[in-house]
Design a protein around this ligand. Structure first.
Ligand SMILES: [Zn+2]
Length: 485
């Protein structure tokens, strides 16, 4: 039974979607003003794994994500890059989509941008004004937090406490310092602005997410995700707007929040200027290794990023991948004809216990850290089995190892590794390559049987020069492609 930690209740809850079998899921996306960095991609990977797991469990998931494509930051960045805000937003939206394709992230069922939904946002702002939740002031429109008694329920704060802290920054046209902008007046002759009943400008950031979620998922959604840094004020404000406008509670059944990526103890962020872009990290490491690194910690916890930690992740991930490849090669081989006394049946129990432990970890609030630990235990068991001196490839060992291989592929795919996917549905080209290498190794075996050592050695040498490392084991040769990361 799946348990998820809900920020709204502050505890783990059993997951039961609003409509049986369906999950409506919304995750706050990027302000498309620059390349995505590792902090962004952590959030994306995290919700990708959650979505994949829910789909594996049989839910029909509808996943929506937004792009914030207009605000002050975008205008400022567009000036720096000497292009229009819409050109800048388009450039970095495309870059983001490239990044997530490289990361093997499943694309959202719907992406939405602020600028194509201005009309809908104005409509919601008007409804909030009609209901008395919002007011206009000098061309700006604000949400009045005092009108919404539940304000603070997500972040566990109350207006009075917050009030004292925020007095200093009070804007003169607001009734209460915590009131937030739904519509912002903009006077800038150089940039495109939108007309509204309150004059030219553009919408506030928070209203964007309430509008998109409402438009694509309805007024009550199952899962809303984002980083812990969005709990207040962004998600608090989303709740206030959506529940005030649509009149249904709760707007979101399960609020999920992922931790930050830190760099030398500080949150990785564009505003602090301490970040690594996704693409610069992907120039050094494969997407699988970056993904592995990001999910070695539970998604709530902060993760400290460094290239030293990435190197460790690489070694650790390659252990899993190599075991999977070794198993694959064994299951592809034609078994020895000889009968074997090698006992392998008991290994079936180990496969079952691995499966149980892996899914128990994932059911415990998507605990990928524990799930990966179980995966390492399992690959360790497989290694000691296939490297034991009396191991033989028989119909029976092949059958058992095929089960192990299938299990590995399933979990690798749930976690979103391309390794799992590739092997589950290897391309024709890859299959052909594997068959050719196996054929060459068969010829080499024949040369060895005929004691033609120089031919056997030169085949191995030639393969090695092409990056294919051959290892002779008690049950025949195995091979792996070196430095393919
Ligand atoms: Zn949002």
């Amino acid at each position: 039974m799946l348990q998820v930690y809900n920020t709204l209740s502050g505890k783990k809850e059993e997951f039961t979607p609003i409509e049986e079998g369906k999950v409506r899921m919304y995750v706050c996306g990027l302000t498309v003003q620059n390349y995505s960095h590792v902090g962004h991609i952590r959030s994306v990977v995290n919700y990708d794994v959650i979505r994949r797991y829910l789909e594996y469990k049989g839910y029909d998931v509808y996943f929506v994500q937004n792009f914030t494509d207009i605000n002050e930051k975008i205008v400022a960045r567009a000036r720096e890059e000497e292009m229009s805000p819409s050109e800048l937003a388009e450039k970095y939206t495309r870059a983001y989509l490239e990044d997530i394709a490289r990361m093997n992230i499943k694309t959202a069922d719907a992406y939405c941008t602020a600028t194509v939904n201005i009309e809908q946002m104005i409509n919601i702002i008007e409804q909030l004004m009609e209901r008395g939740y919002a007011y206009e002031s000098e061309g700006n429109v604000y949400f009045s937090v005092e009108k919404f008694p539940d304000y603070g329920k997500l972040s566990g704060r109350n207006i009075e406490e917050m009030d004292a802290g925020s007095r200093v920054n009070v804007k003169e046209d607001k009734k209460h310092p915590l009131d937030f902008a739904l519509w912002k007046k903009v006077k800038d002759d150089d940039v495109k602005v939108w007309d509204s009943p309150w004059g030219p400008g553009w919408p506030g950031w928070h209203i964007e997410c309430s509008t998109m979620a409402g438009k694509f998922l309805g007024h009550k959604i199952d899962i809303h995700g984002g980083g812990t840094d969005l709990i207040f004020p962004h998600h608090e404000n989303e709740i206030a707007q959506s529940e005030a406008c649509f009149g249904e509670k709760p707007f979101v059944k399960y609020w999920l929040h992922n931790g930050t990526i830190d760099l030398s103890g500080e949150k990785m962020s564009k505003s602090l200027g301490n970040f690594y872009t996704t693409r610069e990290v992907l120039d050094k490491y494969s997407a699988d290794i970056l993904r592995y690194f990001l999910i070695t910690k539970h998604y709530h916890s902060p993760v400290e990023f460094s290239y030293e930690e990435m190197d460790k992740a690489e070694i650790s991930f390659k252990k899993i991948r190599n075991t999977r490849n070794d198993v694959h090669q064994i299951t592809e081989q034609i078994p020895d004809k000889s009968d074997s006394s090698f006992e392998i049946k008991s290994f079936l129990n180990k496969i079952d216990s691995f499966e149980e432990a892996f899914f128990a970890a994932m059911d415990d609030d998507f605990n990928t850290a524990r799930a990966l630990g179980e995966l390492h235990n399992f690959t360790g068991e497989i290694n000691s089995l296939i490297n034991s001196p009396d191991f033989q490839i028989t119909e029976e060992t092949r059958f058992v190892l095929k089960k192990a291989e299938d299990k590995l592929n399933t979990v690798l795919e749930i976690l979103g590794f391309s390794t799992g996917q590739k092997k589950a549905a290897a391309s024709e080209q890859e299959q052909l390559n594997e068959e050719l290498i196996s054929y060459i190794l068969d010829l080499r075996e024949q040369a060895r049987r005929e004691e033609n050592w120089s031919l056997a050695d030169s085949i191995r040498e030639d393969l090695s020069q092409r990056g294919i490392k051959v290892k002779d084991t008690s049950h025949g040769p195995t091979w792996k492609i070196e430095d393919d990361e």
